[in-house]
Design a protein around this ligand. Structure first.
Ligand code: ADP
Ligand code: ADP
Length: 233
């Protein structure tokens, strides 16, 4: 069964002059790495924000969003928040604490996890990410790339089944971009993390994907494996 699915999804903003999304249907299967491509303004962020249930009340929405076959509105909010992780362009908007370690344990503490288990998980994640040297640092001393890595690590510590990312490397330099994407791909390959990654640049991300969705002016023009998509774009 698909883990995430959009069925005839249409959305318009209250003040929009056209539909931001028009009759979009696609399904993401568990363990897939799906690339959501499209020029600026094509509707990528709108789509991801609908999966986050962020903008639905303000606009007009038709169609359905399903998480594991069940309408997202009828999925428990806490469960959805844990199982569907989000990473946005600017880590500053997502990071809540001043120190790296506090940021990493923040979500786990809120879940009521025991201290020993929390320490173990953070240590494992820090090892996987290679971020041990950052653990005792203040966030504002980190580079943009390091901030985004900490942001990603704290999202992944919650143990999501599916990760949605909206141009997460837009503000990163090429080396930090490569490191960031490498970690996402390893999480996908080694732990079966399902990934839906929105990007407007092709070069870095194209080889990572199992499938490519291409949006233009709110319409889904392509849903193909990357090799075929490349010939048609
Ligand atoms: P992308 O992420 O691909 O750049 P967006 O989802 O941000 O695209 O935008 C899709 C369309 O919706 C664009 O025409 C954009 O101007 C419009 N839009 C996005 N956010 C809003 C908003 N808050 N209010 C009105 N229109 C919006
Ligand atoms: P992105 O391309 O990363 O989606 P945008 O620059 O399109 O980012 O949008 C940045 C912010 O501006 C978003 O919060 C979006 O909702 C808002 N926005 C985008 N287009 C419009 C619009 N036409 N009217 C009002 N708000 C908009």
């Amino acid at each position: 069964m698909a883990i995430l699915e959009a069925k005839n999804l249409t959305f318009s903003y209250p003040d929009g002059d056209r539909c931001a999304l028009e009759d979009i249907s696609f399904a993401v299967n568990p363990g897939e790495f799906v690339l959501l491509l499209g020029p600026s303004g094509s509707g990528k962020s709108t789509l991801l924000r609908l999966f986050k249930r962020e903008i639905a009340p303000h606009g007009r929405r038709e169609g359905e969003i399903l998480f594991r076959g069940k309408p997202l509105e009828r999925t428990d909010k806490m469960l959805a928040a844990k199982k569907i992780g989000f990473v946005f362009q600017d880590p500053e908007n997502q990071i809540v604490m001043d120190h790296v370690l506090d940021e990493l344990v923040f979500g786990l503490e809120n879940m009521g996890m025991e201290t020993d288990e929390m320490r173990k998980r953070v240590a494992e994640m820090a090892h996987f990410f290679g971020i041990h040297p950052l653990l005792d640092k203040e966030i504002h001393h980190l580079s943009g790339g390091q901030k985004q890595l900490i942001n990603l690590a704290s999202v992944l510590l919650m143990g999501p089944d599916v990760l949605l990312l909206d141009e997460p490397t837009a503000q990163l330099d090429p080396v930090a971009t490569k490191d960031f994407l490498h970690i996402i791909k390893r999480m996908n390959e080694e732990f079966g993390l399902t990934v839906l990654l929105a990007e407007h640049r092709l070069d870095e991300v194209f080889p990572l994907a199992d499938r490519v969705l291409f949006l233009e002016r709110g319409k889904l023009l392509l849903d193909e494996p990357p090799k075929r998509a490349l010939c048609r774009m």
